[in-house]
Write a protein that binds this ligand. Structure first.
Ligand code: SF4
Ligand code: ZN
Ligand code: ZN
Length: 401
């Protein structure tokens, strides 16, 4: 039996005639972190592979612990048909149709719980070409919302070209509107250059650029709200990172919905109740072609370490991630809610909100391009002096990205 593994791509030959969980166990792969695909079909841990099969093991989460366990042949919790996917934290398995319904219900529940979206809203979906953002766009269109896409070209070689292609064909197939902005054309730098020349890590400047461009574009084009594809794994990992450093201001603002403020668009995360495995399975089952390869610059992403730590806990205690993040929202978030009294004013260069003269993005950009900020004679504000001013966290708080 041939098994194709991804990231890095390779193929191994293994003995067939065995159940998926046995094969994953032999490979030391945690079943909660991968989709197992045969032809166009998903396999559960209890499905058996034949000698002649070719299967693909596609990671949905970086990292993994190698644990696996057995249970009875899986049937859909709702209709008792053979299951295609097991969601261990709900202690349930679903057939294709019931799983898609489960995902839609979770998203509707998220939208209602935080009054995220209204029927007449113009929504700007931040799409990267990955599973989460394309699944989100698909779900919102499917639920009847007026959702356009925004793709920011980061200039990361083949990875960016491939992502852009997938986003374009997704939009074309659905006749959906896509706004494209290229960092290099618009702002004069790409992310690999930013990583080499700036004082921030590559992922920090990438995260800052995304939040900046999403907010700016939403306001300039008259959108009511920006929707991002952050899932439960992302939110749990970010919360863990913020908690380990007790960044109480970031913790306070880590919410699935943030209202519009002076200069800041409303922001929502309708996938916060769904794990990465669920969004990946949703994208696959809906036939969404998303970019499977990881960003080549991901090694510097600190959030991945927190994801790996959460995955290890999840492998032995399913439900930990959901409990950590969802209980935070229910029980702990009110304790962190503080008066957000940062006095925002427009950046002197770009008009986006900031507490200083120049916003964090303009300062990072000037530093990367080797420019000086400030036109007044005798101005001493040199580029590269990134101060510790209080910034609106959802725009500038690149805590762990
Ligand atoms: S891994 Fe880092 S550089 Fe790559 S897209 Fe994500 S945040 Fe940007
Ligand atoms: Zn079913
Ligand atoms: Zn600015």
């Amino acid at each position: 039996m041939k098994v194709k593994l991804r990231n890095p791509d390779r193929e191994v030959e293994l003995a067939g005639g065995r159940k998926v969980h046995v094969i994953l166990g032999e490979l030391g792969i945690d079943p909660d972190t991968v989709l197992v695909i045969r032809e166009r079909e998903l396999l559960t841990r209890e499905d058996r592979c034949a000698e002649a099969d070719r299967i693909e093991i596609r990671p949905v989460i970086s990292g993994g612990s190698g644990s696996s366990h057995t249970s009875n042949r899986m049937k859909c919790r709702r209709c008792k048909a053979p299951a295609v996917l097991e969601v261990r934290r709900h202690n349930a398995a679903f057939c294709r149709d019931c799983f898609l319904r489960h995902v839609r219900e979770q998203v509707k529940r998220a939208i209602e719980a935080y009054d995220m979206l209204h029927a007449q809203d113009r929504i700007l979906v931040a799409v990267s070409g990955g599973k989460d953002s394309l699944a989100l766009w698909d779900l919102l269109l499917d639920l009847g919302y007026r959702a356009d896409g925004l793709y920011l070209g980061l200039g990361i070689g083949d990875y960016s070209s491939r992502s852009a292609e997938l986003v374009r064909s997704f939009a074309a197939e659905r006749n959906a509107r896509l706004i494209e902005i290229a960092l290099t054309e618009e702002y004069g730098f790409d992310i690999p250059t930013a990583g080499r020349k700036g004082s921030r890590s590559t992922c920090a400047v990438c995260g800052l650029s995304k939040r900046y461009v999403f907010n700016k574009t939403a306001r300039e084009h008259g959108y009511d709200v920006v929707a991002t594809g952050h899932n439960l794994d992302d939110e749990a990992a970010t919360l863990l990172g913020n908690t380990l450093r007790w960044q109480t201001d970031y913790i306070a603002r880590q919410f699935p919905a943030l209202p519009a403020e002076e200069g800041l668009a409303r922001k929502v995360k309708p996938l916060y109740r769904l794990s990465e495995l669920e969004t990946a399975a949703y994208a696959f089952l809906r036939g969404i072609d998303y970019v499977v390869e990881e960003c080549p610059l991901v090694a510097g992403n600190t959030q991945l370490r927190y994801k790996e730590a959460m995955n290890r806990l999840e492998a032995t205690s399913p439900g930990t991630k959901a409990q950590f993040f969802l209980s935070y929202l229910d029980r702990a978030a009110p304790l962190f809610a503080t008066q957000d009294d940062a006095d925002l004013r427009p950046c002197e260069r770009c008009d986006q909100p900031t507490t200083g003269r120049f916003c964090a993005f303009c300062r990072a950009q000037a530093q990367i391009l080797g420019e000086r900020l400030g036109e007044l004679p005798g101005d001493r504000e040199l580029v590269g002096q990134l101060s510790d001013e209080v910034m609106p966290a959802e725009l500038y708080g690149a805590a762990s990205q």
